[in-house]
Ligand binder design. Structure first.
Ligand code: FES
Length: 76
């Protein structure tokens, strides 16, 4: 039995300043993932895991989050 019913993959990719593509976590602080974890815990939601992710290749639409198993994408 899986421990989690859903996984949020939250892009934490960081690129150097001046890179031709944007990135989802320019500060490298992981604030978005930390916020998801905090809010899930505050709501007592234990079956959803907020995972760190590398680049999801939708950089121009970020910050990006994808929810599985549904495969629903969220961006800015
Ligand atoms: S840097 Fe986040 S999708 Fe590419």
């Amino acid at each position: 039995m899986p421990k989690f019913a859903k996984h949020l993959f939250i892009c934490m990719n960081q690129r150097e300043p001046g890179h031709p593509r944007p990135c989802c976590d320019p500060s490298g602080q992981g604030e978005l993932q930390r916020l998801f974890k905090t809010k899930l815990a505050e709501r007592g939601i234990k079956l959803v895991r907020a995972n760190k992710s590398g680049c999801l290749d939708q950089c121009e639409l970020g910050p990006n989050v994808v929810v599985y198993p549904e495969g629903v994408w969220y961006g800015a």
